[in-house]
Design a protein around this ligand. Structure first.
Ligand SMILES: [Zn+2]
Length: 309
């Protein structure tokens, strides 16, 4: 049973917007693409494991926990009657090799990467200590999952807790066949972990940005490019880049959400949204959408919009 869903990390959502509206420097750009790729891998994993979910398990995705001032992240945690399965999901693509316990990607160049097994061990150890403190010493089985079918590891060790793409389906069948009934202690632990989950990742790294430094326009959710001037086919916007069709009202509301995310606390006015969206010829369209979906505070030039409930 799915207890906690995964949602796109705020850090990634902000970086996505900044990437569409400005030129990220090389470091931020690499960070953004890594986060994006990692997240897509986790979504692939969720999708793949969907059918494991039943009344005999509790599934918690994307937990951010703390033990003794050390923050650690769990990609997925599957709780069965007598055991916990901890998953670290990697969306690595291409050829890799382990040499003397060091991991290398071997594309055009051989480049050392962080050893994902060490990361898994660290997470497992912190989780084990946390469970002990909570009085729930369930045994943990930790797994490093390579979700991308285009991943290959040379000199792959057989004695490590790794699940390769070609093993995933058998592994999933094994989990599905578990039929022991959950106990009260399982549900108690899931509740405890949920209550300990931290919403804000203190390690999130977002570059500094200013309103003036960001390009204005409506970003297409399909290709992350801007809807051009020729996109209007009322009541829709049609992207010249990817063919995405979106009602313009939805696009404006998305833009409002984007402004609020990037500039929390800013007053949502017709002028601001008009300028941010860029492509509209008349403020009247914006004004109508805001009036329909939000509650207006004040009249005339000093008016702004807040949530209606
Ligand atoms: Zn598009």
């Amino acid at each position: 049973m799915l207890i906690k869903q995964r949602s796109e990390p705020l850090e990634l959502t902000i970086l996505k917007t900044l990437n569409a509206r400005s030129l990220l420097n090389a470091t931020d750009s690499v960070h953004f693409h890594n986060l994006d790729k990692g997240y897509r891998g986790e979504i692939m994993f969720d999708e793949y494991m969907k059918e494991v979910s039943n009344e005999n398990n509790l599934i918690l995705n994307d937990l951010l926990l703390e033990y003794k001032n050390t923050i650690f992240q769990i990609d997925s945690l599957f709780q069965f009657s007598n055991s916990l399965h901890l998953f670290e999901v990697k969306n690595f693509e291409g050829d890799f090799i382990i040499d003397d316990e060091k991991w290398y990607s071997i594309g055009i160049m051989r480049k050392e990467i962080k050893n994902p097994l060490l990361q898994l061990k660290r997470t497992e150890s912190l989780l084990r200590q946390l469970l002990q403190e909570l009085g729930s010493p369930f045994p943990i089985e930790a797994h490093l999952v390579f979700i991308n079918p285009n991943f290959h590891l040379y000199k792959a060790p057989a004695d490590q807790p790794i699940i390769y793409p070609s093993q995933l389906s058998r592994f999933r069948e094994k989990l599905k066949s578990r039929s022991a009934v959950l106990k009260a202690s399982n549900r108690k632990l899931a509740k405890q972990l949920l209550s300990l989950h931290m919403e804000d990742n203190p390690y999130a790294r977002v570059p500094k940005y200013r309103y003036d430094g960001l390009e204005k326009g409506i970003v297409c959710p399909g290709c992350q490019g801007f809807y051009g001037a020729g996109s209007f086919k009322m009541p829709h916007l049609i992207c010249n880049g990817c063919g995405m069709v979106e009602p313009y009202e939805t696009a404006v509301l998305r833009s409002v959400a984007e402004i609020r995310m990037l500039f929390p606390g800013v007053k949502i006015t017709t002028n601001l949204v008009f300028e941010w969206c860029g492509v509209f010829k008349s403020k009247k369209t914006i004004w109508k959408i805001l009036a329909k979906n939000f509650k207006r505070v004040n009249q005339g030039k000093v008016s702004y919009y807040i949530d209606s409930n």
